[in-house]
Design a protein around this ligand. Sequence first.
Ligand code: NAD
Length: 291
Amino acid sequence: MELLDGKKASLAIKEELKLEIAQLSAEGKKIPHLAAILVGNHPASETYVAAKVKACEEAGVKSTLIRMEAETSSLKLQNTINSLNNDPDIDGILVQLPLPRHINESEIIYSIDPDKDVDGFHPVNIGKMVLGDETFFPATPYGILLLLEHFKIQTKGKHAVIIGRSNIVGRPLSILLSRNKQPGNCTVTLCHSYTENLKEICLQADILVAALGKPEFVTADMVKEGAVVIDVGITRIEDASKKSGFRLKGDVHFDSVAPRCSWITPVPGGVGPMTIAALLKNTFTSCMQKN
Ligand code: NAD
């Protein structure tokens, strides 16, 4: 078994970006600039945004963090997004989800300029992705593609089984893995909460992706010998022995599943850092379209 080490792969991507951005700077060209909006102070969101800002610094991407109160109105948030849409220095706009309940997330995502939608959630970008055009892919599925690419995992002709059909992970990943490109060309089965015979389907997977948000759901008896297993799940489990008061668990029971796999992602340190690397790549691409 070998580790699909997301920390290592994301570091390589950040180093590569850093060199390219230094080159842009040396040539007097515009460097990438990401604006992140955090509404409220949800602890997990705080952590994710802080990690994104730190990754920007590491890669030489300029970042601006805009904090807004949890009670902020939808209109005020949209006005902030509008001014970022109109700011020529901003290449990427990220609105950290989830938003407070009184704000309609779709409306907010739709108000982001698709050319600055580096999270890849805008319907224009989703539509382009479905049609096979180059565009901003949603950060987590794109991060998974980058991870497969980094470790030279062969996907052509393989059966990929994805558990979870959310708009941000499972569904877009099913589209990307089935496209006629590398990584891609998989036969994809997309499973969800109404899937019957889930275990039997998982046992057919050459590539098994768990993205359902149920800690340690995938056990050894669901995994084919030699499979590539990608664990997207992140659940905080209370743990008084940790300084933070919690530890992170994935959707895969790592200790029992790992010995059966050819490759497996750890949690943390697998898909998480790759999601951030994908966001940086999208921001860089957006900037290059202006340079
Ligand atoms: P979600 O709750 O929106 O969707 C979960 C999906 O799993 C649903 O489509 C549902 O049908 C399916 N599902 C639930 N129970 C199931 C079952 N018993 N059998 C089969 N399918 C089942 O979740 P999400 O936003 O896609 O997130 C999934 C997990 O991935 C969460 O733990 C989340 O924290 C994590 N996540 C991680 C990253 C990262 O960067 N690593 C990014 C996004 C989400």
